[in-house]
Design a protein around this ligand. Sequence first.
Ligand code: AVJ
Length: 340
Amino acid sequence: MNKAIQKHPDYKKYVIDSKLQYFKPHASKIEKTFAEEISSSLNRESKFIVPKFFYDKKGSDLFEKICTLPEYYPTRTEIAILKKLKTELPSFIDDSFRLVELGSGASVKTRLLLDIFTQMQQTTEYFPIDISEILAESSEQLLQDYDNLRITGIIDTYEGGLEFLKNYDDKNNLILFLGSSFGNFSPTDGKIFLEKINSTMKSGDLFLIGLDLVKDSQILESAYNDKQGITAEFNLNVLSRINDELDADFNLDNFSHYSIYNKEDQRIEMYLKSLVNQSVVISKSGLLLNLEKNELIHTEHSHKFTLDQIKTLFTSTGFKINHTWLDEKTNFSLTLVSKN
Ligand code: AVJ
């Protein structure tokens, strides 16, 4: 191809077959390594580990398990709402739309949307955007199950992938961001993220986002403190990951899972609590970590929203709301927005 007319010079295209292709940036932008991030986030007075590190293979499996727990209402509720979209979403989209997903869709949720798209369209394009390359397995499976599907994976950050898509062509995109993953952002970062998404959207594009709602503290706290202790295992697993990948010697017996609902800030706060005074070596981060008994390492914020806040959030970041769908108990929401 002539370099001068190449449309995406920063990405390499991998064509697997007529139905599956990938785009991957040549050189991933100067991102900090796991070792560096851990070294800086634990080497300070208020210690934290960012939640994206939960998701190694074991952590992803544990999260899948969380999604099926009786206490963890979000997944089940969002699926129930998505099922209602089957009759209602078609009036918002047509043949010109492709489905874009932030995060790769191995899940039933993606399939519920693909059911809608593939029934309406001759051929459906699905563009998952994900940094992890496990994209491959789930794509193969989807292609086996949907005849008229074409998949283009973008192996990049959400922002990077959307920026890529902006210059890709002028087909309309319905961008999915499900599971209340948005709840991990601080209010400030969340706004910046939405503005970024807005800036990559064309005027006809749609954005469908799943957000968890403010509710009774007890319901929230039991969703993050399940009886079987799977959430605890999920939280503690990040220490095992650091042990394995960064050559550290965390003794998991010396930590406990701690999670509470902060009503004022409307968020679940998750921590790992040090049960004793202890020192931990993290070789690859070059760190000797001293922890006091009862000291907390922050691992996650999961923000919850009111319907009014959802309205303000989108109108203040350049969107107009097309529709918000809720379950009967108003536990969870799906909001469809477009550029204002
Ligand atoms: C994937 C961020 C939506 O906040 O509910 C579940 C992660 N953490 N249980 C959430 C999670 C503990 C989940 N999100």
